[in-house]
Write a protein that binds this ligand. Structure first.
Ligand code: NAI
Length: 213
């Protein structure tokens, strides 16, 4: 049982553990030592042990970790046991790509609705879901109670849309717009995604190849 708050940096590392363990499990590997896992992930064994100890530890001294058990336990910690009902706002290029290619179910979400305001998109189907008119958002949310919204709309549309969504019960945003929502909604979980930041970081490393990572 967990006693204290888990640091943000540990939480950020959990998805990577989950992903690596999933790959190992698919290869049919059953157990792994923290040292072996650390080598494969390019981190230290002590970091892995420290991170997992935040949750009570999983390994058995001398036996390593049972990969599938550890993967499921990390999935549990990440909250995958309850599929969180999710809606996508903005079915343009990015929104449609996410709806079509993201494995939401494998990450603890259930995509239940896709919305846009462009008449030519309404009624088209993406990921087996019809694109709905944003005018019906209110009714849909009252009936279906989604708790997470993916925002793929223009920046200037974000603030008002987010306010409406929060008033309709949304508790988390996966925010691809370049509008910072965290300040206005301190009680709502916000993950801002900026692919451009990652690209700029890569540019730094290409420009300073001798710097440590
Ligand atoms: P897009 O123009 O193809 O799609 C935007 C869609 O949002 C359109 O279909 C439009 O009708 C719809 N929309 C506009 N206002 C709306 C509202 N109030 N309610 C519902 N739907 C509405 O644009 P794209 O390329 O898909 O980009 C979407 C957003 O993601 C933009 O803000 C863009 O800057 C951002 N973006 C962010 C990236 C990142 O790494 N975070 C990467 C690429 C784009």
């Amino acid at each position: 049982m967990r006693k204290k708050a888990i640091s943000a940096s540990v939480i950020k590392r959990l998805p990577r553990y989950y992903r690596f363990l999933g790959d190992l499990s698919l290869k049919g590997i059953e157990r792994i030592s923290s040292g072996n896992l650390a080598r494969r992930m390019g981190v230290t064994a002590s970091q892995i042990r420290q991170d997992l100890n935040c949750f009570g530890g999983f390994g058995q001294q001398g036996y390593g970790y049972n990969i599938e058990q550890l993967r499921l336990a990390i999935g549990d910690i990440l909250g995958f046991s309850n599929a969180k009902k999710t809606i996508l706002i903005g079915a343009g290029n990015l929104g449609r790509a996410l709806a079509a290619h993201m494995d939401f179910a494998g990450k603890g979400y259930q995509l239940i609705g896709v919305f846009d305001k462009k008449p030519s998109l309404i009624g088209q189907v993406v990921s087996d879901l019809p694109i709905r008119d944003i005018a019906g958002l209110d009714e849909f949310c009252r009936e279906n109670r989604p708790e997470m919204a993916i925002l793929c709309i223009p920046r200037e549309e974000t603030q008002e849309t987010a306010r409406t969504l929060v008033s309709l019960g949304i508790r988390g945003f996966w925010n691809f717009t370049h509008y910072d929502l965290s300040v206005e909604f301190p009680d709502v979980a916000v993950e801002n995604v900026h692919l451009g930041d990652s690209l700029m970081t890569l540019s730094y490393h290409l420009s300073h190849p001798k710097d440590t990572k």
